[in-house]
Write a protein that binds this ligand. Structure first.
Ligand code: AP5
Ligand code: MG
Length: 190
């Protein structure tokens, strides 16, 4: 099994690019954000707990998303690998992922990181807000908090995966097709 991490700040284009990636490389897409939004829509206990945190632009507790990931690994088959979108997002999550994979003697195959400047994050998320109406896209304050959360809690993972030798950075500025080409060039190596 291959385990790809699709990394990047909010609004970088992870969800957008994931669609073509899963199709081309026969992967199962796991977006922890999408799984959490499903729980919220279904009104589950977990969804209720996650809702307030997500709507403030904060992260949900590590154990919550770690459990979701392990459950997906156990229940999905018939693919060549997994594409993790928005997970891991903290150092403890990265370490938990390594431990989950070690149970079956597996490892992260590659980290594909889509990078865009902070001003572009704001612009893209505001554009998406008009189309999708996500609660965490609703105000500049929430978006700024998501950007700050990314820099404080998630950015340290760049060093973690650089040290692990799996980090691949892609310039996320350009058309969707241009970014996709850059991603495919990297993915074709694995
Ligand atoms: P999540 O859903 O993962 O949100 P995110 O990381 O903030 O990322 P987005 O989904 O906002 O952006 P994206 O990179 O997918 O961009 P997209 O392709 O849509 O997480 C939401 C929340 O859930 C978190 O804040 C947290 O509370 C919680 N959560 C999730 N995972 C967690 C975890 N592991 N631990 C703890 N909490 C967790 O693109 C954005 C827009 O730009 C779209 O409109 C798109 O059409 C457009 N666009 C994309 N590419 C281009 C391009 N090249 N040119 C022009 N426009 C483009
Ligand atoms: Mg997304």
């Amino acid at each position: 099994m291959k385990y790809y991490i699709l990394f990047g700040p909010p609004g970088a284009g992870k969800g957008t690019q994931a669609t073509a990636m899963v199709e081309k490389y026969n992967l199962h897409h796991i977006s922890t954000g999408a799984l959490l939004r499903k729980e919220i829509a279904a009104g589950t206990e977990l969804g209720l707990q996650a809702k307030a945190l997500i709507e403030q632009g904060c992260l949900v507790p590590d154990e919550v998303v770690e459990g979701m990931i392990e459950n997906e690994f156990k229940t999905v088959s018939g693919v060549e690998g997994f594409l993790l979108d928005g997970f891991p997002r903290t150092l403890p999550q990265a370490e938990a992922l390594d431990q989950i994979l070690a149970k079956t003697s597996e490892k992260v195959t590659a980290t594909v990181s889509i990078m865009i400047p902070d001003e572009m994050i704001m612009e893209r998320i505001k554009g998406r807000a008009l189309k999708e109406g996500r609660a965490d896209d609703a105000s500049e304050d929430i978006i700024n908090n998501r950007i700050a959360t990314y820099h404080n809690q998630t950015e340290p993972l760049i060093e973690y995966y650089n040290n692990a030798g799996t980090y691949n950075e892609i310039d996320g500025v350009g058309t969707i097709e241009e970014v996709q080409e850059r991603i495919f060039t990297v993915m074709d190596k694995f």
